[in-house]
Design a protein around this ligand. Structure first.
Ligand code: ATR
Length: 278
């Protein structure tokens, strides 16, 4: 008899992760026999935690803060999008190989285009931030073939080095990619994505509200209280605000696909999760 396959999410903190619920629901709806746990990993203890999990028979794991960079170093093979992000949120154990992927960006793109019904192709996109979260989504954003992507960050040098890493992809896709100084980021975006920690710290959004075209879509990569500052800012300036819950479910669906070869019904699970959260 086949045994139940084991997966987990590793992070610190990880207590409030919704991934076990999401993957259990995916498995139920897609008729897949798997168990998905959460593992609190000590800081500095990522490599032994992965070794121990593999020894238990783990087939793969999701990786969250602060271990996504460790995960990319541990992988024996990276997908092109993980290579661009220099970070992994998904590992798959394939015999001796550890495949490292990053499904955050494709999850965000799927949430925007399918769940929110907003096209990215040909549009003007502003990505605020140039840290790990922004790096995780820029490649797939470029591959969605917007007209241009502007990366705006408090520390401009970080945005410049992030776009440099993506320049050949942008050329191949015919997408304009720029990282101007913050004060030159003024107006005219269809989609504005917040990949900074500003909402969490209560700091102001570092760009003027004129960046939002009337009716623009404004997405935060976070959800709950961590997204509320940015979402209020966007709504009060006439934009459609969207939190990161859809991205969370969609990145999970892409991990599930990588592990199981089956695409789970993510829109249904997102609707259920929103209903559960009230
Ligand atoms: P994460 O993994 O969440 O992206 P990070 O790598 O520490 O975390 O990046 C945090 C991002 O939020 C950076 O883009 C940071 O800007 P800097 O590169 O200039 O540090 C941005 N950020 C954090 N606090 C901010 C603030 N008060 N105003 C503007 N940007 C801020």
């Amino acid at each position: 008899m086949m045994s139940t396959d084991l997966y987990c999410v590793m992070g610190n903190p990880v207590e409030h992760s919704k991934s076990p619920w999401i993957h259990a629901r995916f498995a139920q709806l897609a008729g897949q026999d798997l168990r998905y746990e959460k593992r609190l990993v000590a800081l500095g203890g990522f490599v032994p935690a992965v070794q121990a999990f593999r020894a238990e028979g783990g087939k793969g794991c999701n990786v969250t803060v602060p271990f996504k960079f460790d995960a990319a170093r541990l992988a024996t093979r990276l997908t092109p999008r993980a290579e661009l992000a220099q970070a992994c949120n998904t590992l798959r154990f394939d015999g001796a190989e550890v495949i490292g992927d990053n499904t955050d960006g494709i999850g965000l793109v799927g949430d925007i285009t399918r769940n929110a019904g907003v096209q990215l192709a040909g549009r003007d996109v502003l990505l605020i931030g140039a840290g790990g979260a922004a790096a995780g989504v820029l490649g797939p954003l470029v591959q969605a073939m917007p007209r241009r992507v502007v990366v705006a960050n408090r520390t401009q040098a970080k945005a410049a080095s992030l776009i440099l890493r993506h320049s050949s992809l942008a050329r191949a896709e015919g997408v304009e990619l720029a990282a101007p100084p913050l004060k030159e980021v003024t107006a005219g975006f269809d989609v504005v994505i917040n990949a900074t920690a500003t909402s969490m710290s209560g700091a102001a959004v570092p760009v003027p509200f004129a960046v939002l075209k009337p009716g623009a879509l404004a997405c935060d990569l976070m959800y709950g209280p961590a997204a509320s500052g940015f979402m209020e800012w966007a709504r009060s300036h006439g934009a459609v605000a969207r939190d990161g819950l859809g991205m969370l479910v969609e990145q999970a669906a892409e991990s599930f696909l990588l592990w199981r070869g089956v695409r789970p019904p993510s829109a249904q699970v997102l609707a259920e999760l929103r209903a559960n959260l009230g």
